[in-house]
Design a protein around this ligand. Structure first.
Ligand SMILES: NC(=O)c1ccc[n+]([C@@H]2O[C@H](COP(=O)([O-])OP(=O)(O)OC[C@H]3O[C@@H](n4cnc5c(N)ncnc54)[C@H](O)[C@@H]3O)[C@@H](O)[C@H]2O)c1
Ligand SMILES: O=C[C@H](O)CS(=O)(=O)O
Length: 491
């Protein structure tokens, strides 16, 4: 752990952005349960003490959202678009400060954090524009005196539960379409990273988003607040991003109200390198795909499959590049790999490495705790990976790259699809017939071809199998916050 304290306010151009209270009904609210600590995962020091809300306070926020939503839904799409654009502008004007806040509580390098702020803001920008394009339909009647009208109307109050790994973008990817559709929104951020959510409330307020339309309810309790979201009849939509394990719990809880749910869940991405790939491009793609956010990303490569003829060359090239990556404090220039979020996360990486070694895997780089200790762990590459090793079926969520060897297309497609997950997948190849065959055969919601980065607000992001329900981003993303109404007119 680094022996340095984080005076977060002193690092900001606008210290007033560092808010620690809840944002409910346009007001800043203290927590009935006092506060909980937010720590810097690189330094271990407390960077803020944040309002710890009770379930009753969250119920109050839902009531305020329900009341505000009725008027918000009467705004025209164009009016909602204008205020969302202002919100986007304010987020981008304060990109540096929001990035510093994000790095201080989550640990990722500042350059990545600022990149997340821009990525997160793009969902506000995009769906602000989509607010003007929520079209209905007129369908020719089934009888001479009948006319069929289809309306798209906001679903009502949407509640979100989001993870610590992308504490800005995972919220804006939801509240962007929700507010554009005319919904009101109650966000419960991860207890590890509440500041990035609260500051979105600060800027929503400055942008003129009406009181009660966007609310942030930090709490150290997760299950209790989740139950409130699932049991409160005023909540009409639950939108969750996190592990498949928690997604299952929430779906079961939401079933009692037959609540509409969006689920962005766990992944186990295969990254396949064929023998006709551009190996240098594949190495760069693997670096970005595996080590973004230090591997703590749902779409990170979890399994790297390399065709036998290029396996040794790829392993050597990857080792050289990864060995040169700088591990350090995300607030320091030049850092490429920050700390893991906590020691449990580090323990999972160590568990996967020990398991692989016990089953014949060979660590060709890293594998040990980093000299900076604490939550730091050096990037690691394991060769001789086999499908009986833990990382073949479990999400490592850390800087560990296991290299599996394969012989042919059919073998690697079967290996890649042999998982309960189906979020992202990637492969590098040049032959067009191979590209079509493999892209169509992979059982994933997302396929990256000759690229390791697929994230954009313009595309429908989401998983199949046990990686989720629904899509976020693209014009499809707003549908999850709309109800379709059929009006039968007798004229
Ligand atoms: N598909 C995606 O878009 C996406 C994006 C980011 C992360 N993820 C997944 O999230 C996981 C990592 O994030 P994490 O460790 O925060 O996941 P997690 O599921 O442990 O927690 C996610 C959120 O749910 C809350 N939570 C935990 N238990 C709960 C309960 N019983 N009721 C209500 N809320 C509860 C947590 O406090 C947190 O805010 C990984 O599996 C990753 O793949 C998926
Ligand atoms: O961790 C999962 C996020 O969805 C990452 S991203 O959307 O691909 O940036």
């Amino acid at each position: 752990m680094l022996d340095q304290t984080t005076n977060l306010a002193s690092l900001l151009n606008d210290p007033s952005l560092l808010e620690t209270r809840a944002y409910i009904g346009g007001k800043w609210v203290d927590g009935d349960k006092g506060t909980f600590d937010v720590t810097n995962p690189a330094r271990g020091d407390v960077v803020a003490q944040v309002a710890d809300l009770s379930r009753a306070q969250v119920a109050g926020a839902i009531a305020q959202a329900e009341a505000a939503q009725k008027d918000w839904a009467k705004w025209t799409g164009k009016e909602r678009a204008a205020v969302l654009r202002k919100w986007f502008d304010l987020i981008m004007e304060n990109q540096h400060d929001l990035g510093v806040i994000l790095t201080a509580e989550q640990g990722k390098p500042l350059a990545e954090a600022k990149g997340e702020i821009a990525y997160g803001a793009s969902f506000i920008e995009f769906f602000g524009e989509e607010a003007k394009r929520i079209y209905g339909e007129m369908i020719p009647g089934h009888q001479r005196d009948k006319r069929i009208m289809v309306l798209k109307q906001p679903i009502g109050v949407a509640a979100s539960i989001t993870p610590w790994n992308f504490p800005n973008a995972m919220i804006t990817r939801k509240c962007g379409p929700a507010l554009a559709a005319g919904c009101a929104f109650v966000a419960r951020p991860a207890k590890e990273t509440p500041l990035s959510a609260i500051v979105l409330g600060v800027l929503a307020d400055r942008a003129g988003i009406p009181a009660g339309v966007f609310n942030v309810v930090p709490s150290s309790s997760s299950s209790e607040i989740g139950k409130e979201f699932c049991e409160n009849p005023a909540v009409r939509k639950l939108t969750f991003t996190g592990s498949t394990e928690v997604g299952r719990i929430l779906l079961k809880q939401a079933a009692d109200q037959v609540m509409k749910c969006s689920m962005e869940l766990g992944g186990n991405a295969p990254f396949i390198v064929f023998d006709d790939a551009d190996l240098d491009a594949a190495v760069e793609g693997a670096i970005m795909c595996k080590f973004r956010n230090n591997g703590q990303t749902c779409v990170c490569a979890n399994r790297l499959y390399v065709q036998a003829g290029v396996y040794d060359e790829f392993a050597a090239k990857l080792k050289t590049r990864v060995a040169a990556m700088k591990v350090g404090d995300g607030l320091e220039d030049g850092t490429e790999l920050g700390p893991l979020i906590n020691h449990d996360a580090l323990g999972k990486v160590q568990e996967h490495i020990a398991d692989a070694k016990a089953k014949g895997g060979k660590v060709i780089l890293g594998g040990e705790e980093h000299e900076m200790s604490g939550n730091f762990f050096g990037p690691t590459i394991v060769t001789g990976a086999t499908k009986d090793m833990l990382f073949a079926t479990e999400e490592t969520f850390g800087p560990l790259a296991p290299l599996f060897k394969f012989e042919d297309e059919d073998e690697v497609i079967a290996l890649a699809n042999d998982t309960i997950f189906g979020l992202a997948s990637y492969f590098y190849a040049k032959d067009l017939a191979r590209v079509y065959k493999v892209a169509e055969a992979l059982e994933y919601g997302i396929v990256g071809v000759n690229t390791g980065i697929i994230s954009t607000e313009l595309a429908p992001f989401g998983g199949v199998k046990q990686s989720g329900l629904g899509r976020e981003g693209s014009h499809h993303g707003i549908e999850d916050y709309l109800e379709m109404k059929y009006v039968c007119l007798s004229v």
